[in-house]
Design a protein around this ligand. Structure first.
Ligand code: TPP
Ligand code: MG
Length: 330
């Protein structure tokens, strides 16, 4: 590689690292706040899966859209969501994305192309397909990514969406995060065959990638996005990864032990954030102090988001029924 290419590769890796650290810092803070009883709603944390959201969203440009899931914080941050408004929403405060009335699973930012987290497993898939249909009909060259889990891949709506998006050549990427569990069930116990292969029945490209390798995700998504922008239709990508934490915070109250501890340990040893840091230090020669500084900056921003959220007012009970209907939402 020439010096310019090395500098570009380092710049890209650093920006991916900073995004992944931002998600990690947000989620670690949320875990702590939940344990302290400060957050009124349910939270499903994304720690361990950061490379998927960051690799995928790093390919997108303004105007492109995503739909997210119940485990949505990582997708939202990767697409540029404001962590202060996200945190305020988790605290149930008026300065939050849904004025404190939605919580973790309803955060959206239409201006940034974030068509919403979603408490309905598989619920983002048809919304993303509709957004891609709109782009096709209006002849815009945007693409949409639908993030969903391995559990959602067993919902019929994925098959309906793959079918019609293939027939209509829609500019969409179905991105399955196979973290190998659907709540407390092992994916292999409830899922037949390889999820990526399901695309082939519809004549759609389907690939499996290492979801802990941010560059592998980026490359696969880039190929799919280029194809979509050329008008050649949808793709399905299955990113194999693992969540380090519980399905939802507080699950230990009722779930018992459902994952072998050595399995959890072996995936923690393949932590995508640690792997990228190692690459930055060992291969790209970035000084450790520079990486420490990124971590400090991100954790300071998250601390500030918590302070701002806690200082914000709760919505008034009289506002409970406001904002239920919109005349126009895009
Ligand atoms: C339609 C629907 N069915 C069931 C649930 C309950 N539920 C919430 S999360 C979840 C598991 C989803 O698993 P997966 O899609 O693999 O996502 P992960 O939690 O692993 O990220 C289920 C069954 C729901 N929210 N919506
Ligand atoms: Mg899963």
């Amino acid at each position: 590689m020439s010096m310019t290419q090395t500098a570009q590769a380092t710049g890209l890796a650093l920006s991916l690292y900073e995004r992944m650290i931002r998600i990690r810092a947000f989620e670690q803070k949320v875990q702590q706040l939940f344990k302290l009883g400060k957050l009124p709603g349910f939270v499903h944390l994304y720690i361990g899966e950061e490379a998927v959201a960051v690799g995928a969203c790093s390919v997108l440009r303004d105007g492109d859209r995503i739909t997210s899931t119940h485990r949505g914080h990582g997708h939202l941050i990767a697409k540029g969501a404001d962590v202060e408004r996200m945190m305020a929403e988790l605290f149930g405060r008026r300065s939050g994305y849904c004025k404190g009335k939605g919580g973790s699973m309803h955060i959206f930012d239409f201006g940034l192309g974030i068509l919403g987290a979603n408490g309905i497993v598989g619920g983002g898939i048809p919304i993303a397909t509709g957004a891609a249909l709109a782009d096709r009909v209006l002849d815009r060259d945007n693409v949409t990514i639908a993030f969903f889990g391995d559990g959602a891949a067993n919902q019929g709506v994925l098959h309906e969406a793959l079918n019609l998006s293939a027939v209509w050549s829609l500019p969409i990427i179905y991105l399955c995060e196979n973290n190998q569990y659907t709540e407390w069930m092992r994916t292999e116990d409830i899922t037949s065959g390889r999820i990526a292969d399901r695309a082939h029945a519809f004549g759609v490209p389907g690939v499996q990638v290492d979801g802990n390798d941010v560059f592998a995700v980026r490359e696969a998504v880039s190929t799919a996005v280029d194809r979509a922008r050329r008008g050649e239709g949808p793709s399905l990508i299955e990113a194999v990864t693992y969540r380090h934490l519980a399905h939802n915070e507080g699950e230990e109250v009722f779930s018992g032990v459902y994952r072998p501890p050595d399995e959890v340990d072996s995936w923690k040893a393949r932590d995508p954030v640690v792997a990228l840091r190692r690459r930055l230090e060992d291969v790209l020669d970035v000084p450790a102090a520079e990486l420490d500084e990124i971590e400090r900056r991100q954790s300071d921003e998250i601390e500030l988001a918590v302070k701002t959220a806690e200082a914000s007012a709760f919505p008034d009970p009289e506002e409970a029924l406001d904002d239920l209907f919109a005349e126009r939402i895009v």
